[in-house]
Design a binder for this molecule. Structure first.
Ligand code: ADP
Ligand code: MG
Length: 711
């Protein structure tokens, strides 16, 4: 029988509860104390005055000075979230006519502060921190929005978001009227989305005089930003930086991961306490280094002090992201294996040692071939200096560069090239066209994209049917812009309407969006894992295999155990599910019903072809394929289910360059489909010949002059 809890127990529980409350209060108070120690705190009044006095302000300050976490809170404390209409002043006389109710409405109206971040992890992590500092639940007053994830509510007043999300916000609210302040943070990163935002926010600031615009960056380009924003004043937050000793290797390191691991252990054994930060280029390298470190520390056993290894990269789940901020227990040392994210976006306290192999993963784009690539590239001098700076925040530090002095001086560029000059612009062109901006050649760019790239984006959107021959947005283009996806994926989704398989296509698009991390391949079980993967293969190609995996998982009620048994990454599957839900939500806006036709492999492949006919390759000889558009030699990736089948025509999702040029995620198609889905792109008779691609309309422009004349 159930017994009622005795009075003692109730009292005990109450006591526990108030313990918790005390604990909570203590924590809150200590957080408030920490806030006061940040360099920005002493300048609070000065900064707020500068913001009052100027509409646009450039804020420059060392990483960790408190820009990202503090400025939005200061703005909130000073009433920037209280609703106020831009044209309140002009309405002075009409105010008397206002009904009481309406007046009240105006008072109730809240305004938001937006703070953009180039990286999703930064947006999430900073929002969590600020929610904690303000003692509110994350997602209520303080929230974040990143692609496929919205953690905000009606109550949200401070909104951290990726720069791409603010860009999309223009689609639903062209003047961003719900925001009183826009903070374009980490401006020095010069991501594509940040660069496009510059032009747009500069424009809306002109007709919204009360809007405040803050451009914040970690040192470097402040003058350039100021010039772009009509000589806006620069507010500098003097950083405290301790000296950092820089060490170079005598000779180039053939294997920088191994060198980094050795250096970590050397520091751990020979150097006084203080945490270590290692910069690597991505998840794979981080996992490799992690394993190597575990293995070697295990071998050393109790001969060394405890070493806590913590990875941080963009797809790491958030509960693990938080761990990097927790101080190491007494006697132990933390080593953080990070991507570029720790360069300026996230500040981790307590770092004394930095290990910098000198590389990062960077996008590059060949406008001739339309090929976009992520490659491991040497960093710039500016990056190297930022990285070294991370060692000197709390005390004098040391930075170990795994390259030579000579390489630093002669091989590194001064600055990183802005992303807008080395990426595919299809997505952004579509978005800007949807915002009614037609003249993209003369758009207000801080640094203009190469003409070739812009032209290629027009061509591609024309071929997809998003733009007409005058480069105007079509109805299809307008619908495509509703999706926060690459235009080829958006087109695929829209085409699924014709082939009555939207349910399947949504799944495929979601699965493609999680970056090749569906199948788990542990080094000690490669054979088993590969067998499991092959078990999912279905005729037709990899997209259908992905669909099969998802559907089986769904049928077994999204089971974790099932993933584990089948060498499938549960985390990635969950993310795919989340993305799929988001996409399904968007289908209403384009008025497409969710229809399922799981056995209709042809329809599904035709829908994919409608979006990806640009990515057609034709078998030529010796296992080699030639891309139809650029006659480039490529191979089917060995992991593909079509690897051994060699179909005549295939469509690939992406090209990856390793030792060879591989097509990843491939489906088999029939060449007539190309005529069916892209008659304006492929010539009727010549499909079997090499020059099967039609010439594009003259109006789309051959030369820069022509293009300028035509728009
Ligand atoms: P800035 O934007 O100028 O680089 P931030 O506002 O990001 O500076 O950081 C200010 C301080 O807040 C730093 O000491 C940093 O360690 C701390 N901080 C930021 N985010 C978190 C977090 N998620 N958890 C714990 N501390 C954090
Ligand atoms: Mg910051």
């Amino acid at each position: 029988a159930l017994t009622k809890p005795g009075i003692n127990e109730i009292l005990k529980q109450k006591e526990k509860h108030s313990d918790y409350e005390d604990e909570h209060k203590k924590k809150y108070r200590s957080l408030q104390d920490v806030r006061k120690t940040l360099p920005i705190y002493k300048l609070r009044d000065e900064l707020m005055k500068a913001i009052r006095d100027h509409q646009v302000l450039i804020i420059e300050g060392e990483t960790g000075s408190g820009k990202t976490t503090q400025i939005p809170q200061y703005l909130f404390e000073d009433g920037y979230c209280v609703g106020e209409d831009d044209n309140l002043d002009d309405e002075e006389d009409s105010n008397d006519n206002n009904e009481d109710g309406e007046k009240k409405k105006k008072e109730d109206k809240k305004m938001m502060i937006a703070c953009t971040q180039p990286r999703r992890v930064a947006a999430m992590s900073v929002a969590a921190r600020v929610a904690e500092e303000m003692n509110v639940k994350l997602g209520r007053e303080v929230g974040y929005t990143i692609r496929f994830e919205d953690c905000t509510s009606d109550r949200t007043i401070i909104k951290y978001m990726t720069d791409g999300m603010l860009l999309r916000e223009f689609l639903s609210e062209p003047d961003l009227a719900s925001y009183s302040v826009l903070i374009i943070d980490e401006a020095h990163e010069r991501t594509l989305h940040t660069d496009v935002l510059f032009g747009l926010v500069k424009d809306i600031a002109r007709f919204r005089p009360k809007l405040k615009l803050l451009i914040s960056s970690a040192t470097l380009d402040a003058d350039k930003f100021s010039q772009f924003f009509d000589d806006a004043p620069i507010f500098r937050i003097p950083g405290r930086r301790y000296p950092v000793d820089i060490f170079y290797t005598k000779a180039p390191e053939p294997d920088y991961i191994d060198a980094a691991v050795v250096t970590v252990l050397q520091i751990h054994v020979t150097q006084p306490s203080g945490d270590i930060l290692v910069f690597l280029t991505g998840q794979e390298e981080i996992e490799t280094a992690n394993e190597m470190l575990l293995e070697r520390t295990r071998r050393l056993g109790s001969k060394i002090r405890e070493l806590i290894i913590l990875p941080i990269y963009s797809t790491l789940p958030s509960e693990m992201q938080i761990k990097i901020f927790e101080p190491a227990p007494f006697g132990a040392r933390k080593v953080i294996l990070a991507t570029n994210i720790a360069e300026t976006s996230l500040t981790i306290d307590g770092i004394h040692y930095v290990i910098d192999p000198g590389f990062c993963k960077q996008k590059s784009y060949n406008a001739r071939s339309g090929m976009e690539q992520l490659t491991i590239t040497p960093i710039s001098k500016a990056s190297a200096d930022q990285r070294a700076g991370r060692a000197g925040r709390v005390a004098p530090g040391k930075c170990f560069r795994l390259y030579t002095t000579w390489a630093y001086q002669h091989e590194l560029d001064d600055n990183t090239i802005p992303e807008i000059q080395r990426t595919n612009l299809g997505n952004v062109v579509l978005l800007l066209k949807s915002l009614g901006i037609h003249d993209l050649v003369h758009f207000d760019y801080m640094d203009a994209p190469p003409f070739e790239t812009l032209k290629l984006a027009f061509e591609q959107l024309y071929a997809l049917g998003a733009l007409n021959h005058k480069a105007e947005l079509t109805k299809l283009g307008r619908r495509m812009a509703e999706f926060p996806l690459d235009p080829m994926l958006s087109k695929t989704i829209l085409a699924s309407e014709t082939y009555k398989c939207s349910a399947e296509i949504l799944t495929i698009v979601a699965m493609l969006s999680v970056n090749n991390s569906i199948f788990f391949r542990p080094k000690d079980k490669i054979l088993l894992a590969d067998t499991a993967r092959q078990g999912f293969f279905v005729p037709g190609g990899d997209h259908l295999t992905l669909l099969n995996v998802y559907n089986q998982w769904k049928d077994i009620n999204y089971s974790t155990q099932w993933c584990y048994e089948n060498f499938i990454q549960f985390r990635s599957m969950n993310r795919a599910r989340q993305i799929r839900d988001q996409l399904e939500g968007l289908m209403e806006r384009v008025e497409i019903e969710i229809e399922s036709n799981p056995t209709e492999s042809i329809g599904i492949r035709k829908a994919i072809t409608s979006g990806f006919f640009y990515h057609t390759a034709k078998f030529s000889k010796n296992g080699l394929y030639k891309t139809v558009r650029h006659q480039q030699s490529v191979l089917i990736h060995p992991n593909s289910c079509l690897f051994e089948q060699i179909p005549r025509y295939v469509i690939y999702f992406e090209l990856v360059l390793t030792t060879k040029e591989y097509m990843r995620q491939v489906i088999e198609i029939e060449n007539q489909w190309l005529l069916e889905v892209a008659p304006h792109f492929y010539k009727t008779k010549k499909l079997d010949e090499d020059n099967s691609v039609k010439k594009l309309p003259k109006k789309l422009g051959k030369t820069k002059e022509e293009l300028e004349r035509n728009y």
